[in-house]
Design a protein around this ligand. Structure first.
Ligand SMILES: Nc1ncnc2c1ncn2[C@@H]1O[C@H](COP(=O)(O)OP(=O)(O)OP(=O)(O)O)[C@@H](O)[C@H]1O
Ligand SMILES: [Mg+2]
Length: 255
C-alpha cells in the first residue's frame, strides 16, 4: 500500500521536476552530511554522504573502528545522527514521530554476526515472534513464516531449537526473521563473521538471491575474498569517512 504511494510520489516528483536531494522514494537509504559523535566524544562518522537506490547490493568495508556498525545503528535508529540527515524509505529518522518508528523499523531487516536467536524457541517460533511483537494477526503469521523458511531452505528444520542447528542454519534463521516483515532493505553486520568459508559462501548466495527478489542489501564485512569475487558496489570507510565508493570494485584488507 505505502509502496504504491511512494512510487506515485516519485512519478509526481518527476512530473513536477521537484526532486529534493534527501527525499527520493527510489532511494531506500540516504545519508546526507552525517556526523556521529558518541557521548564520550568519540567521532565515529564524519560528514558521510551515501545514497543507496532500490535493489542495490552494497558492501560496507574498512578497518575495525571505521564506523561500519555505527552507520548501521543509525539506519535502525538505535542511535541518532549528531549532524546531517538519515533518510530511510523517504522518512528522515530525526523527525520521525514516535508512533512511526515501528513502521520504519519493519522496512529494514537486520542480521547480526551473533545471530541473537531466542534459545528456547524453535526456528519457526523465532521467526514468528518477529511478527507477533508487531501485532500481526495470527492468520497471517503462519503463511508468512512458511514462505520465508522455504526461501532460506529451513522448512525441514522448522521445529528444531537453535542449539540443534549448525551455525549456517542459525544464521539462515536470522535471515528468515529479518525477511518476514517483507523489508525493503536488509542490513547485515558481518553476517559471515562466525561461519566457515564454505558456509559463508552459501550465505552470500542466499543474500544474492534475496537481492534478486528486489530487496536492497547493505552488508558490512571484512571478507575481502567475497567482496572481490562479487564485484558489487563497495563503500569503504576509514576513520568515519567514506574514502571510496565504487561499483564493481575489489577490496583488499589494506584499503
Ligand atoms: N557506544 C559507543 N560509545 C562510544 N564510542 C563508540 C560506541 N560505539 C562505537 N564507538 C566507537 O566508534 C568508532 C566506530 O565503531 P564501529 O563499531 O562503528 O566500527 P566498525 O567499523 O563497525 O568496526 P568493526 O569492524 O570492529 O566492527 C570506534 O572508534 C568505536 O570505539
Ligand atoms: Mg562493527
Amino acid at each position: 500500500m505505502s509502496n504504491t504511494t511512494s512510487a506515485s510520489l516519485t512519478f509526481l516528483e518527476r512530473l513536477t521536476g521537484r526532486r529534493p536531494p534527501v527525499r527520493t522514494s527510489s532511494d531506500v537509504v540516504v545519508l546526507h552530511g552525517v556526523t556521529k559523535r558518541y557521548p564520550n566524544g568519540r567521532i565515529a562518522l564524519r560528514d558521510v554522504d551515501l545514497v543507496v537506490p532500490e535493489g542495490d547490493f552494497v558492501f560496507l568495508v574498512g578497518p575495525s573502528g571505521a564506523g561500519k556498525s555505527t552507520l548501521m545503528r543509525l539506519l535502525i535508529r538505535d542511535e541518532l545522527a549528531t549532524k546531517g540527515h538519515v533518510v530511510v524509505d523517504g522518512s528522515d529518522l530525526a523527525h520521525l514521530r514516535r508512533r512511526d518508528v515501528p513502521r520504519i523499523r519493519r522496512k529494514i531487516g537486520v542480521v547480526f554476526q551473533d545471530f541473537k536467536l531466542l534459545p528456547r524457541k524453535t526456528v519457526r517460533e523465532n521467526v514468528a515472534f518477529a511478527l507477533e511483537v508487531t501485532g500481526t494477526p495470527r492468520a497471517k503469521i503462519r503463511p508468512a513464516v512458511n514462505r520465508v523458511l522455504a526461501l532460506v531452505g529451513l522448512t525441514a528444520q522448522a521445529d528444531q531449537l537453535p542449539t540443534q542447528l549448525s551455525g549456517g542454519e542459525q544464521q539462515r534463521t536470522a535471515i528468515a526473521r529479518a525477511l518476514v516483515h517483507d523489508p525493503r532493505v536488509v542490513i547485515a553486520d558481518e553476517p559471515t563473521g562466525n561461519l566457515d568459508p564454505v558456509i559463508s559462501w552459501e550465505l552470500i548466495q542466499l543474500l544474492l538471491r534475496i537481492n534478486d527478489l528486489g530487496v536492497t542489501i547493505l552488508m558490512a564485512t571484512h571478507d575481502a575474498e567475497v567482496v572481490t569475487a562479487l564485484r558489487k558496489r563497495v563503500v569503504a570507510l576509514e576513520d568515519g569517512r567514506v574514502i571510496r565508493d565504487e561499483t564493481g570494485a575489489t577490496y583488499h584488507q589494506a584499503d
